[in-house]
Ligand binder design. Structure first.
Ligand code: HSE
Length: 418
């Protein structure tokens, strides 16, 4: 039986989840997969955590050299988060001939080329299933499926914290602050939840997922990003009136050499499969030119789902005879043919305040010849016009709104998915 020794760097929420699964499921993993995975070291400065998680004496350490210099360790699991010292520790581990498994999406989005180069130079693997969409095996699918397809889009809800907050605000009327507190307590949010609520976390993940899907470097810096801090109960109410839900969507698409990559709150029609993805659940829709849409769904955050993804990488790594590397030139540079779209094509959810006397005129502009609108509703009592536009360039709808600004005040303007 192959013995595979691992070290865990960081005994936080995800590290703790991975440690629990590796120890509690040790025998089952051995029986099912023929690998005897042993946690040889756990690195953390918060030594009180060793006892909390039942880490045996001699396994817990505060010294990274105890991990790096141990030649018997086959793989290091980096679950510390952040850039430093995680990057230095990962590079040292790779250079000392150890495989690395990481959940660190920020680090991968910002430093993947250096990590990938070090892994290749040293003939070891770098695996990161847990970096995107928690327990949902989307990286494995992107790496190992769709051989018959060119992937055209990656669209999804890929941050558990914001989806939890928006779900609570929408279904229970919970305030934003209270819902965020709950998400933090449940272990969904990042150490600094700004990364979640401002959309950084989703943008890191979209950079990783779309690079793998489109097989070209989609740098994090090219992703347009808006978080959920501007989403109000009022907007959620308008969306409900039209049968929509507000979700933080990450959308990547590639048509020829034109690429769009964006993260923003979106009004999603309730008949769309992404509209029913609630709480900490995530879902990713991948569209291939032959297969059409494929959707993956599951828990996107939390100790056990993310720990499960780590453990799956451990076993995957242990069983591979050669390392797996990303299927594109991962040098951090944008392919010279790629053009990033700055004027996105989308449906738009627009709410205007329009006096009763002006309603006909305004409706004529938008719906007169059925040019712009998919659906609309005019609420006479509140003098509010709710509309969902057809698919169009953002600059086009903005120009129309400018042309009616004297008679129509914009109360809500969001991209929509129907
Ligand atoms: N903070 C992240 C989220 C954790 O809420 O999705 C999982 O990546």
């Amino acid at each position: 039986m192959k013995v595979f020794n691992v070290a865990i760097m960081g005994l936080g929420t995800v590290g703790g989840g991975a440690y629990r699964i590796l120890t509690e499921n040790h025998d089952e993993i051995m029986r099912n997969h023929g690998v005897d995975v042993r946690v040889k070291r756990v690195l953390d400065l918060r030594t009180e955590r060793f006892a909390q998680f039942g880490v045996p004496e001699g396994v817990g350490t505060t010294l990274v050299d105890d991990v790096i210099n141990d030649r018997e360790i086959d793989a290091v699991i980096e679950v510390m988060g952040g850039i430093e010292p995680a990057l230095t520790f990962i590079l040292r581990a790779l250079k000392s001939g150890k495989n690395v498994i990481s959940a660190n999406k920020e680090l991968i989005a910002k430093k993947w080329p250096a990590i990938d180069a070090a892994a290749r130079e040293n003939g070891v693997g770098f695996y990161h299933e847990a970096s995107c969409v928690g327990g949902v095996p989307v990286i494995r699918v992107l790496n190992e499926s769709f051989q018959g397809d060119k992937l055209e889009s990656v669209k999804g809800i890929i941050n558990g914290t914001t989806n939890y907050i928006l779900s609570k605000m929408s279904f229970d009327g919970t305030s934003y602050d209270e819902a965020l507190r709950q998400a933090q307590k449940l272990g969904y949010a990042e150490a600094d939840p700004t990364a979640d609520v401002e959309g950084f976390d989703a943008a890191y993940k979209l950079s990783i997922l779309s690079s793998l899907a489109f097989k070209t470097c989609i740098p994090y810096s090219c992703i347009s990003r808006e978080g959920i801090t501007g989403v109000t109960q009022e907007e959620i109410g308008y969306a409900k009136q039209m049968g929509y839900s507000i979700k933080l969507l990450a959308i990547g698409s590639k048509e020829g050499d034109k690429v769009e990559a964006r993260v923003h709150p979106t009004a999603v029609k309730n008949t769309h499969p992404l509209a029913v993805v609630n709480d900490e659940f995530n879902a990713v829709m991948l569209r291939g030119d032959n297969v059409g849409n494929v959707m993956l769904y599951g828990k996107g955050a939390g100790a056990q789902p993310t720990g499960s993804a780590i453990v799956s990488d451990v076993v995957y790594c242990a069983k591979r005879s050669t390392p797996l590397y990303p299927p594109f030139n991962n040098d951090g540079k944008i392919d010279e043919n790629i053009e990033f779209v700055t004027d996105p094509y989308s449906n738009y959810f627009v709410v205007l305040s329009v006096k009763r006397g002006d309603a006909d005129d305004i409706l004529n502009v938008f719906a007169g010849d059925d040019r712009l609108l998919k659906e609309y509703k005019y609420d006479m009592k509140t003098e509010t016009l709710l509309m969902v536009t057809k698919h169009m360039a953002q600059s086009a709808i903005e120009a129309v709104l400018r042309s009616v600004k004297d008679k129509a005040g914009v109360k809500m303007f969001r991209k929509a998915v129907c």
